[in-house]
Design a protein around this ligand. Sequence first.
Ligand code: HEC
Length: 106
Amino acid sequence: MRRSVFLTFSAALLLVAACTSKKATTSAKSPADVVAEVKKNYTADDMAHGKELWQSNCNKCHKLHDGPEFSVEKWENVLPRMIKRAKLSDDDGAKVRAYLIANSKM
Ligand code: HEC
């Protein structure tokens, strides 16, 4: 009896540990981390290209929404949908995202 209580307790502990570590890896990135990552991975040329693509593709259905209008979270949420709507390639979409995230509201 003692032993089974101990085993149940250990199993519960393991489960809690597994869940917390999983949470830590999926939501560890702060908005500042995302911005820093984008600035590290994209060159000034990439950003300039992203800006051009944004200016010529993102004002067809509504006004041009600029980076500082929204937070990183909002951009991450809305951009996958908009990049698809604007029919940008993955590569071009990534540059538009980099430009907007780098200039997003902090
Ligand atoms: C084919 C039309 C179309 C294109 C092209 C398009 N959008 Fe949109 N966009 C919409 C529609 C419709 C909505 C509102 C519904 C929604 O959020 O899905 C919207 C909403 C948004 C919003 C949310 C505004 C708010 O106040 O919440 C942002 C930001 C945005 N678009 C950015 C972009 C960017 C950046 C691009 C270029 C990559 C783009 N859009 C291209 C149709 C488009």
